[in-house]
Design a protein around this ligand. Structure first.
Ligand SMILES: CC(C)(COP(=O)(O)OP(=O)(O)OC[C@H]1O[C@@H](n2cnc3c(N)ncnc32)[C@H](O)[C@@H]1OP(=O)(O)O)[C@@H](O)C(=O)NCCC(=O)NCCS
Length: 204
């Protein structure tokens, strides 16, 4: 695998069933298979929704993700690889919200349809937030404090809202979206809120 990312977050992150790791160009066919599907991309960002059409586009997407930490080290997008099979189920990420300066940060996820229904997105996002809050504690210039993290989705994206609920993010309801067109179902967490929820979380 060609490592593309230069995240300062210690990687990979291992969970019970997943390896969260940077994407490499070897993943391009799987990325194309995920992002070439309207059923996946129609939930990501604002329209128009244009399915990915080539391996070149997939490699560019991988390179763009790899460059994310250059603008803000707290931002990272990781392949969620199922450890038992080596199959990339999808992506979990912390990214800047569009048109925000300094950037508001959001947590997000998407899976290949063949990998839904197993809890992988929840498991991956939880581990990513745990790792990011632990590492980005403001103790050094390359470890800026991670505090508020947003999560927004189309109001009818019930599977995504269910993930935010399982993670214990604070549910703000359906509001005018500050970063995207129209209304969104918005969730939020903070360092204190996440730490508190972590304490309450069952071990498994
Ligand atoms: C949103 C999306 C990631 C949700 O996928 P998902 O598989 O439902 O989410 P998870 O991976 O957390 O899995 C949860 C499901 O697995 C089930 N599950 C099975 N085994 C499980 C386990 N060991 N642990 C947890 N959940 C498990 C849960 O019960 C739940 O199923 P349910 O909704 O039928 O109750 C997926 O639909 C997707 O990629 N959609 C397109 C892109 C998108 O909308 N992204 C979000 C934009 S805001």
């Amino acid at each position: 695998m060609t490592e593309q990312q230069t995240a300062t977050l210690p990687l990979p992150i291992e969970t019970e069933r997943l390896l969260l790791r940077p994407y490499g160009h070897d993943d391009a066919p799987r990325v194309l298979d995920i992002h070439g599907r309207l059923e996946v991309i129609r939930w990501l960002g604002d329209p128009p929704f244009t399915p990915m059409a080539s391996l070149d586009e997939a490699r560019t997407w991988i390179d763009d993700l790899g460059a994310l930490p250059e603008s803000d080290p707290r931002c990272v997008a990781l392949a969620a690889e199922v450890r038992d099979t080596g199959v990339v189920a999808g992506t979990v990420m912390i990214t800047p919200c569009p048109n925000s300066d300094p950037p508001d940060l959001q947590v997000g996820w998407h899976l290949h349809p063949d990998s839904t229904g197993h809890g992988y997105a929840t498991e991956g996002a939880r581990a990513l937030l745990d790792a990011a809050y632990a590492y980005f504690d403001g103790s050094a210039p390359d470890r800026p404090l991670l505090d508020e993290v947003w999560c927004g989705m189309y109001p009818d994206n019930h599977p995504s809202a269910a993930i935010a609920g399982r993670l214990g993010l604070e549910d703000l309801g359906i509001l005018k979206d500050p970063w995207y067109e129209g209304d969104s179902h918005l969730f939020r967490t903070t360092r204190d809120h996440w730490t508190e929820r972590r304490r309450e979380r069952p071990v498994r």
